[in-house]
Design a protein around this ligand. Structure first.
Ligand code: AVJ
Length: 353
């Protein structure tokens, strides 16, 4: 029983709940697709981003401790490399989260409610959300992702598969906050933020983002969110530095993407991948480290990196169930429910807005 005011206001759902039966029922609602709205929105977002993006990139590259925003992983190739990461034996989050879903799906649907407007944050290939359509029976599906190209391909396929669900694609850089267009009903919003992407925000920024989400829910709003949990360092180290080197390619590809966006001349062969768990900060970190002294040039500027110098490319914060539940309550959510896997490696939270 969720208890809003108490310190332990998290319901840990029964892990022995019955398994998932795939229901192939026809989804009832038929609505016209509203693509024009989505496209107009996308264009506005893209132009706003390219201005802000370049300034942010230059600030990061010129900083004493250089950094590149994590969103630069996700060009079209980067999105595909991330998808490959999710199939690696070392990268447990995706399949652990999927296992929680398949085991708890009926309970999740009961708690989260059916027939809502499902807003998928960081939709990627839209597969996770689509696997919930039969059970959650969304009235509308709104897929939000930074990679427009990737999103459109995924949505085109889904629209053919589920003609009964109104679908909208939005290309939005969520690291700059999320504002939804008016065409998306403010009532009955079910925000879906799986995969522990919330980990890319610092805890302070995560609090800001969650408060934003909560403010964007009017009646019957809620949030279904996946969170990676603190665990043994060796497991996290391997998850961010896999034997095949797919994570290394994903990380180094950010330099290629920066070259495209900025017109810079990073040579990925000069750099190596670093990925490890920083226990003090409770976060996995990724960096690229130069093997030799290099000069990197771009229109209007350049920088020298000494041998062994690093560029910080990602933080992926890990939480305990208690910490994250407290964060949700602090940002105005209530009735917090958490489901975890048997090893306690990953948690899925539902909270009412
Ligand atoms: C997509 C942000 C959840 O932090 O685990 C995977 C990205 N980075 N391997 C994560 C990522 C390295 C991933 N998130």
């Amino acid at each position: 029983m969720p208890l809003d005011e108490s310190e332990s206001a998290i319901t840990i759902a029964n892990p022995d709940f019955g398994s998932f039966d795939l229901i192939s029922e026809t989804l009832q609602r038929r609505q016209a697709l509203r693509t024009t709205d989505a496209l107009r929105w996308r264009n506005r977002q893209l132009s706003a981003r390219s201005l802000h993006g370049r300034d942010e990139l230059l600030t990061g590259l010129n900083a004493t401790q250089a950094w590149i925003p994590s969103k630069y992983f996700y060009d079209s190739l980067g999105s595909q490399l991330f998808e490959a990461i999710t199939r690696l034996p070392e990268y447990y989050p995706t399949r652990t989260e999927a296992a929680i879903f398949s085991r708890q799906i009926d309970d999740i649907a009961r708690v989260a409610g059916r027939g809502r407007n499902l807003i998928d944050l960081g939709a990627g290939n839209c597969e996770k959300a689509a696997s919930l359509f039969a059970v959650l029976q969304p009235a509308q599906y709104v897929a939000v992702d930074i990679s427009a190209e990737y999103l459109e391909t995924a949505l085109a396929r889904l629209r053919r598969q589920y003609p009964g669900i109104a679908m909208t694609g939005l290309s939005v850089d969520m690291s700059e906050g999320l504002a939804l267009p008016d065409s998306i009903p403010a009532d009955g919003r079910l925000f879906f933020y799986p995969g522990s992407s919330i980990g890319n925000f610092t805890p302070a920024d995560a609090a800001g983002f969650l408060s934003d989400l909560r403010r964007q829910c009017l009646q019957h709003g809620g949030l279904l969110i996946g969170v990676d949990l603190i665990k043994e360092k060796s497991i996290l180290d391997a998850a961010y530095d896999d034997a095949l080197g797919v994570t290394a390619a994903f990380n180094l590809n950010a330099l290629n993407n920066v070259n495209t966006v900025l017109g810079s001349d990073f040579d990925v062969r000069d750099w190596r991948h670093l990925g490890f768990f920083n226990q003090t900060m409770s976060r996995a970190e990724m960096h690229v480290e130069t093997r030799l002294a290099v000069d990197v040039n771009w229109p209007g500027g350049s920088r020298r990196f000494e041998a062994g110098e690093r560029i910080h490319t990602e933080n992926s914060y890990k939480y305990s169930v208690e910490e994250f539940g407290a964060l949700l309550r602090r940002t105005g959510f209530h009735n917090v429910t958490a489901w975890t896997d048997q090893r306690n490696w990953f948690a899925l939270f539902y909270a009412s807005a």
